[in-house]
Design a protein around this ligand. Sequence first.
Ligand code: RIB
Ligand code: CA
Length: 318
Amino acid sequence: KFVARPIIIDTDAGVDDALALILALRSPEVSVEAITTVAGNVEVDKCTRNVAYVLDLLRPDSRPMLAEGSRRPLKKKLITAPEVHGRDGLGNIGLRRPRKLRVRRDAVDVILESCRQFGKRLTIVALGPLTNLAKAAQKNIRTLKMAGRIVSMGGALRVPGNTGPVSEFNYFVDPEAAQLVLNAGLKVTVVPLDLTQQVVVMRREIEYRAKRRASKLGNFILRSTRHYMRYHMAAEGFDGGYLHDPIAVACVIQPSLIRTTRNRIDVETKGDLTRGMTVAARPPAVWRAIQRPGAAVDVATSLDREGFLKLFHERLWQ
Ligand code: RIB
Ligand code: CA
């Protein structure tokens, strides 16, 4: 009997984060031990409420611990994305004020506690800006290094940005945190836009599957993705949405879905035009020439798209 791998999910629970949470909570290969929130798509208190709402909807047998984290980036002013995720972070579906939430307020300590408790078996899946992880590294890098792997959805290497002209949102919001985490000698896998923009889910497919699988969860997925898809229609010209965060989670559930290469990534922290830009040394010869010890990360460079979509829809509509 295989043993589920312990994971913690750090999220700026927006719409695609919520789909990633559902995927993780519905996959027996992983055991979500804790969920920590970080300001990004929306303010952190809304992220926490959104995660609580998804947990109430799914009622997982073992309810993960929920801990609220950073209200703002390490240095920059918080920039949110209500135009993409709605003011509430879940497509303006009108969530009721949450009943009293059992929430810890110390996400950084929860992350470090999980590293101590699960050690090499632990995978930390970061779906938002890396502020909480950067603070954990600043507080106790030795403990953070006990974790087996950090998977971070972020960056844009050979494709334009989705926030700045050359910057992906998560690393645009907190470039100092991204630079710190990607260059601290941690075992990091970066899942960049280059990969996550290779997959889209069309609105009509979500509508078809939600109607066929009429359930509270199906209804939530339909309602919460409507605003997100309208944004993509306006900004990207297709009637659907990207699945950035579900792809990052799927890589942990089924590692064979991606291929990775080692590379060194620096994150620009200066300037409005280029802040959050991920600069990867290539070709490898150049990288070897400028390689610093401990500055290498694994970058996901190819994705089994059909395999991902099969896993995603199989688990989402159970
Ligand atoms: O750039 C896409 C990423 O930024 C996703 O994680 C999305 O949820 C936002 O956090
Ligand atoms: Ca996210």
